[in-house]
Design a protein around this ligand. Structure first.
Ligand code: NAD
Length: 291
């Protein structure tokens, strides 16, 4: 049985479109298992899926969305390692992702990492903004944005193009709350999207979060996802476990108090679970499943 779309708000983007605040992430889901996992999520009411060319599972996402036969907000990401970061490759990569997905449009197309390899990300951003402009009539890409950009990267790309990314998708969870970056986003009109929203599992045993969860008769994962919704970030938890896919979507029928929000704010340790954008370089060929 397919449930109707979850009752979550959509956040307005600076290009006039909007993004559903809760989505389903598919990083590290095996390409052969992706269509099933996404179909489960869609049956539960998710209408937003986050993939990337580097995850090698765009085809499974596309298959599940086509089978549903309803509009689903789909994000994918561009990344070519090292010197290939740039205009020619970005356009070719878009065509490849578009074909992999087999949908009539990509709602959000992101520069996946700025990388430490020079300033190629500026050329990539120029390419994505050009692509979006060229697609005004055909409409194959609705919004463009970035991922893992720090304030200096944002300043560089806006200065170079005059176009502000619609979204910056970054690591963000109770142990790494990105207060300064969120302030910059608010100033620039960029929506903050949280990857690793559960700290890839690292926050799930936290005593404060467990206490709050117990008070609501909820799981820690639900409390953390609810915290993201109330903070105003887009949140894209990943799970392949059918019960958890349902659990992570059941976050619209309770609310955290101001005191609980403040207690979670107090958990920030400035501690990443993922790579630092200042030094990270994507392995050639994209992520490995065991990376
Ligand atoms: P996450 O914080 O969503 O954590 C996923 C982990 O938590 C999984 O191991 C899962 O087993 C566990 N989990 C999920 N729900 C649970 C529950 N209810 N109870 C207990 N455990 C639970 O981490 P993530 O997958 O890295 O991030 C989410 C999505 O963000 C990814 O799938 C991907 O789409 C995106 N992402 C983007 C980037 C980027 O560079 N832009 C990087 C990493 C992830």
């Amino acid at each position: 049985m397919t449930l109707p779309a979850l009752d979550v708000p959509s956040l307005p983007l600076n290009d006039g479109s909007a993004i559903p605040q809760l989505g389903f992430g598919v990083y590290r889901i095996d390409p052969d298992a992706t269509a099933d996992a996404v179909s489960r999520a869609l049956a539960t009411g998710y209408r937003h899926v986050d993939t990337a060319r580097a995850y090698r599972n765009e085809a499974g996402v596309g298959r599940a969305v086509r089978e549903l036969g309803e509009w689903v907000y789909v994000t994918t990401k561009y990344f070519e390692p090292g010197e290939d970061h740039g205009h020619r490759d970005a356009v070719a990569a878009f065509e490849e992702s578009f074909a992999n997905l087999g949908l009539d449009r990509i709602d959000l197309y992101l520069v996946h990492w700025p990388t430490a390899a020079g300033e190629g990300y500026v050329a990539s951003w120029q390419a994505l903004t050009g692509l979006r402009a060229a697609e005004t009539e055909r409409g194959r890409v609705r919004s463009v944005g970035v991922s893992n950009f720090v304030p200096e990267h944002l300043a560089r790309v806006v200065d170079a193009t005059g176009v502000t990314p619609a979204v910056n998708q970054v690591e963000l969870h109770p142990y790494f709350q990105q207060q300064e970056l969120r302030r910059v986003h608010a100033e620039r009109g960029i929506v903050t999207e949280a990857w690793g929203p559960l700290g890839q599992g690292a926050v799930l045993e936290d005593p404060t979060l467990r206490e709050i969860a117990a008070a609501h008769g909820r799981s820690v994962a639900q409390v953390v996802i609810r915290w993201h919704l109330q903070l105003g970030t887009v949140v894209i938890p990943k799970s392949e476990n059918p019960a958890r896919i349902v659990e992570n979507a059941a976050v619209t029928d309770f609310a955290l108090s101001d005191d609980e929000m403040a207690a979670i704010e107090g958990l920030d340790r400035g501690e990443r679970v993922g790579p630092d954008p200042a030094t990270f370089v994507m392995p050639v060929g994209g992520y490995r499943r065991d990376a």
